[in-house]
Structures are given as C-alpha cells and as structure tokens.
Ligand binder design. Structure first.
Ligand SMILES: Cc1ncc(COP(=O)(O)O)c(C=O)c1O
Length: 397
C-alpha cells in the first residue's frame, strides 16, 4: 500500500470540527497549541460505506426513534463469526451507548456498594472510575513488565482475589495500553481462578479487531470451548474498529440467562435508552463494507509503529517501545532518559505533544507515554522528531 497516498486521500483536518482530541486541548491540557496523539480515535475518515449510509439517512430527513433491523444483526453476526469465530444469537445481545457506560452498568448490576472489583494496571483509566465512582472497592494486580512486554502474575492475581473477597474482574482484551493480545492459555488461567472464587468477568473487547503479526485475538466467550460463559459479560463495539466513537453505540453480550435477566432488570430500573439511530446505521454499514478499509488502516498503523520504533532504536536506544500485539496505541517507556516525575511536563511543554501519560493508567507508570498510531504518518513523524530532538538536547548529545 502507498502510505502517503492513503494518508492524503483518507486523513482529514479535525481541528475546529468540535472534537475532543483536537478542540479540547485547552480544557484538558491547559494548552491549545499541542499536537494531539492522545484519546483513541483517528484522523482517518470512516469507510466510504459508512459515510454513504449516514448521508442517505440524513437525506431521508426524519430522525425519530430508531429500531434495529434484521440486517444489522446479520452483518454484525457475520463479522463476529468470520473475524472472531464467535456465534451470536439475538438473545445474547443488548445495545448500549458506549462501552464505558456499560462498565458502570455491569458494576452496578452485579455487585453491591463496597464490593471489591479487580483490574490489572496499567489499564484504561475509566476502569478505575467505573469502580470508584460507583462506590466499589478498587483492587489492583499490577501487570509485570519484562523490558516492555507485559504478563500477569497469576499467583498474585489469585491472592488479591482471595484476600479482598473480589466479586468482579474487569479485563481489557486486547489490553490498552500495554498492547497485549492475551493467549487462550492466559485467559483460561485467569478465568479458572475467577471461576473457582466466584468472580464475574467483564471482558472489554473493544480493541478486538486490531491485532498484528500473527497474534490472534481470542474472545473470552470461546476460551476452553465456552467453559466460562456463565461468569462472563462481554463488551464490544464497532466504534474503535471503524472510527465511529462519536456515534455512541456499542454491544453488551451475555450468554448466561440469569446474568442476562439481572442485566435487563438493572437497565429497566434506570430507564436508559438503548439505541442510537445513527450508531445503528453507521455500524451496520461498517460491518457490511468496512473490511478492506480496516486492512488498510492496520497497514498504516504498523507502518507508523515500525517507523517510530526504528527511529527511537537508532537515535535513543534506551527508549523501550512495547511490542505492538494489539490496539493502535503504543506504550513507550522513557525512563532511560527522563525521570518519572518530569516526563509528563517534558512531553507537553518541551515536545509540544498531548499524549496520554503513564500515571493516568497506573500509579506505577510515571515515565511512560501512550502514543496513538492511528493517524496521518506526518503526525507520528512530527512527534518522534520532537521527542528525539528534545531528549538529545536535554541529555547533552
Ligand atoms: C479499553 C477501552 N474500552 C472502552 C473505550 C471507550 O469505549 P466507548 O467510547 O464505547 O465508551 C476505550 C477507548 O479508548 C478503550 O480503550
């Protein structure tokens, strides 16, 4: 693929279009003049099929309450089957207005206040919020970092569960920000522990379509031939895959009848709307016609990753770039050159970049940054050049 041509034809200016990533820099970072590589959406236009379907719907001109048509289920199920070998039926699926909202819903539906919920940092920061903002007790089991490659210490995980009487585990699979695509064996070990100690698993699989280098995403529902379906709530969406986060539309997948009944009862109790009309239209079109687009976007992401990794390896070899197994987010350890305390300020004020910083994901991750690679290559080049130049100046090379 001609990367430059792809970027030229598909990446667009977003500043001034009411975007969180580009237009809220002042509010979030206190500085509007930064290059944003933070929140996980893209500068890449969504697939043509999506844009055409949305335009058609807009031209229809009526935006009354939506309903989900058969065709939505057909395309969604076909995608899940083809890409992830998951068989779904309608009774397993509920709609929601975002995965983060569903994390809160799951915590509230299945646990009482002060119940213990475990997560494995460094991890997507709304996981903390979903536990703390609902008055539950946060239990953490920090992942082990082996020179940039992360694993879970199962003994430590089980001990935290037992010691804290944990009732729920929120899993990130693939794992944002450390990019792990958990193997079936790893998932089996985690779930076996949960099963033995009566812990429900909420599996956030929003990044499931981004895996690389032969890494295969295994949906939690498939582990050990579906053995853990009765402790499982799976969350996914087309929103990361096709850059549709603003359409706030996602899926809650539950196989166990009792778990589904408890979820339905909870949702009924809060009177929450389920379906966003444009979300349905856009995501159905993406599952129908977005496959080739996704392949191209993944090629761009790998290109951006390889470029960044090579540049850092040559110019600043003590930067550790975590292997990109999954997601489009790169986790970078700058502690070879910067102290944990100074990294966030240095990246923002010297390098002029708006990145997610390590401490957002874990109190132990000062000195790390997360760079969003799903963008025009020129943005990655600017960021990498700025980091190299400023670190070199600092260390006096
Ligand atoms: C692991 C994970 N879950 C959920 C979300 C956001 O989901 P939503 O926009 O559907 O609330 C993100 C976005 O970056 C994410 O990385």
């Amino acid at each position: 693929m001609d990367i430059e041509k792809f970027c030229r034809e598909n990446c667009v200016e977003r500043r001034g279009t009411g975007t969180l990533k580009w237009d809220s820099l002042q509010e979030i970072f206190g500085d509007s003049d930064l290059l944003p590589l933070w929140v996980a959406d893209m500068e890449i236009q969504s697939p043509a099929a999506v844009r055409e379907a949305l335009v058609k719907r807009v031209e229809h001109g009526v935006f009354g309450y939506g309903a989900v048509e058969n065709s939505y289920f057909d395309y969604f199920f076909a995608w899940q089957k083809k890409h992830h070998k998951v068989d779904l039926a309608r009774e397993n699926v509920r709609f929601a207005t975002g995965v983060v909202g569903s994390l809160y819903a799951a915590v509230r539906a299945y646990t009482q206040e002060e119940a213990s919920v475990i997560i494995c940092p460094p991890v997507y920061y709304p996981f903390y919020d979903a536990i703390l903002n609902t008055g539950r007790k946060l239990v953490t089991c920090e992942l082990d970092n082996h020179n940039g490659y992360y694993t879970l210490d199962f003994e430590k995980f089980e001990k935290e569960i037992i010691d804290n009487k944990v009732e729920m585990f929120i899993l990130c699979s693939p794992h944002n920000p450390v990019s792990r695509v958990w193997s079936e064996e790893e998932l089996d070990t985690m779930f076996d522990i949960c099963h033995r100690h009566g812990v429900l698993v909420v599996s956030d699989e929003i990044h499931q379509d981004f895996t690389y280098e032969g890494k295969k995403f295994v949906s939690s529902a498939l582990v050990s031939n579906g053995k853990y379906k009765d402790i499982l709530i799976t969350l996914n969406a087309g929103s990361k895959t096709f850059n549709l986060a603003g359409l706030i539309h996602s899926h809650v997948i539950i196989f166990d009848k009792q778990l589904m009944a408890a979820y339905d009862a909870y949702i009924k109790g809060i009177g929450s709307p389920e379906v966003n009309l444009m979300g349905i239209v856009g995501v159905e079109a993406a599952f129908r016609g977005g496959e080739e687009w996704l392949e191209n976007v993944k090629t761009l992401i790998i290109h951006n990753y390889n470029y960044m990794k090579q540049e850092f390896a040559r110019e600043l070899p003590e930067i550790i770039v975590t292997p990109l197994e999954g997601t489009y987010l790169s986790w970078i350890d700058l502690r070879g050159y910067l102290t944990g305390e100074e990294t966030a300020g240095f990246i923002q004020n010297k390098c002029r970049l708006a990145c997610d910083v390590g401490e957002w994901f874990s109190l132990m991750a000062h000195g790390f940054i997360r760079i969003n690679l799903a963008t025009d290559t020129k943005n990655v080049v600017t960021a990498v050049e700025s980091i190299i130049k400023n670190i070199k100046e600092k260390v006096g090379e």
